[in-house]
Design a protein around this ligand. Sequence first.
Ligand SMILES: O=C([O-])CC(=O)C(=O)O
Length: 167
Amino acid sequence: MPTETPAFSTCDLCDADKDPSNGELRVLPPLFRDFGGLTRFAGPISTVQCLEDNSRVREAVMSPGEGRVLVVDGGGSLKRSLLGGNLAQAAEKNGWAGVLVFGAVRDAAEMRACQVGIRALGLIPMPTERRDQGLRDVPVQIAGEWLRPGEWLYADEDGIVVKRSAA
Ligand SMILES: O=C([O-])CC(=O)C(=O)O
């Protein structure tokens, strides 16, 4: 479980690299809401790509997180929840720094009680039907920005920044 607030600021990271054309730093658009118990989190990225099926998300958060951030490309679908209170607890217990969901989540009160970062587009109470579909650790494109396994994600009160390597 991450116990220390990482020492970084997304504003400082952007101040240090104002030229987005070199691809070293990407800033996600301000689409994500904060649902976790930790607003600030950072770590190397591991990814899931899925559509309205959280089989791979469940597998990921049930396995050791080792301080990584799970980036879930749910295609932006808001019809089904890809993460809820149980999986948020698993993510906390297994040492994930955070989970970023390009899609919807549920169990707002339970997620808030978990010492893990959780960002998502919104809430929907309907769960997925798990059909064992989805991919693990592939490059994903979220809101026009590529995020690749092993790159670093930084989230704080001001936003979400991705860097090729640790700052
Ligand atoms: O199990 C699921 O599909 C998601 C969920 O509701 C939870 O994590 O509690």
